[in-house]
Design a protein around this ligand. Structure first.
Ligand SMILES: NC(=O)c1ccc[n+]([C@@H]2O[C@H](COP(=O)([O-])OP(=O)(O)OC[C@H]3O[C@@H](n4cnc5c(N)ncnc54)[C@H](OP(=O)(O)O)[C@@H]3O)[C@@H](O)[C@H]2O)c1
Length: 266
């Protein structure tokens, strides 16, 4: 999301006036609260979505955009879950997989994909997840059956599926919805990245980053604090290496989230 905003891909939704601060997700400690805010005291550890943009010494966020970080979870672990869990839960609500059904997740090793896999597995679904071969063990460790997303993907999914596939969750695009249409009706697929797939009948979970709230995050944060939901940090960068962090994100093959450490966390 952040490199897409900084590259201007989302200029219609989020126009930038330079010099601009970017950054969507935050975790840290409340240093001040506006009048009428009763949810969080000064000193509370919180995670969520910044109104003022995240890559800065301080950020401003509406109270509804923040959730408390439970004991047992660091700020760095918590911030890996903000967008990933919110997006996974929002997409799954739209998709509504049938109980105990088989579901395919495209991009299962990614930040959103790994959250989708874990929520589905916890709900008793059989999950088949696409990933590069190097990420197959990781996807398996999350509880999904891994398949490679290349030319053999459809055959591998058919072989891996124990029965008819009910639904698919696309986090990676690359024509996944069109290719899967022979196995799953488009209206049983949700995508968070291939917005043109809506024309084929797929469900599009757009998600305006400026309007996201943290109301769905607390249960996932609690699970993570007990080790029942995996958080994965691909790499942590100091604040002055933000450019390198965005460049790593741009490669599109992250296993987990990239964390930028704010100045105030040192
Ligand atoms: N609409 C919304 O509300 C919303 C919210 C959040 C994010 N997003 C978007 O959703 C996408 C995923 O976000 P993320 O944070 O999960 O990204 P991420 O952590 O970088 O993960 C991307 C994943 O895509 C996989 N991938 C790369 N090329 C692929 C291909 N050809 N086929 C299948 N999978 C492929 C990678 O798998 P390997 O590493 O195994 O190759 C990687 O695990 C991004 O485009 C992001 O902007 C949308």
């Amino acid at each position: 999301m952040d490199w897409k905003i900084s590259s201007g891909f989302l200029a219609e939704m989020i126009p930038l006036q330079l010099p601009a601060v970017i950054g969507t997700e935050i975790a840290g400690t409340v240093v001040d609260a506006g009048p009428g805010v009763t949810e969080f005291r000064i000193g509370a550890r919180v995670v969520g979505f910044a109104d003022s943009r995240a890559f800065a010494e301080f950020a401003v966020a509406g109270a509804a955009r923040l959730a408390r970080i439970p004991e047992g979870l660091t700020a760095e672990q918590a911030v890996t879950l903000a967008t990933a869990a919110e997006t996974a839960l929002r997409g799954l609500k739209l998709l509504a997989p049938a109980p105990a059904s088989a579901v395919v997740v495209n991009g299962a090793a990614g930040a959103v994909g790994s959250a989708v896999v874990q929520i589905l597995v916890a709900d008793g679904h059989t999950v088949i997840g696409t990933a590069s071969p190097i990420n197959h063990d990781y996807v398996r460790s999350l509880g999904a059956e891994p398949v490679t997303y290349g030319t053999t993907m459809l055959d591998e999914i058919t072989t891996a599926a124990p029965r008819e596939i009910d639904a698919a969750f696309d986090t990676a695009g690359q024509g996944f919805i069109s290719r899967m249409a022979g196995l799953v009706p488009p209206n049983r697929m949700v995508t968070i990245t291939d917005f043109a797939a809506g024309d084929q009948g797929a469900i599009v979970a757009g998600g305006d980053p400026l309007a996201l709230t943290a109301e769905t995050l607390s249960p996932v944060l609690d699970l993570a604090s007990h080790g029942a939901f995996r958080t994965k940090i691909a790499q942590t960068f100091p604040f002055d290496q933000l450019t390198q962090a965005l460049a790593l994100s741009l490669t599109g093959h992250g296993r987990g989230k990239i964390v930028v450490r704010g100045v105030s966390l040192h």
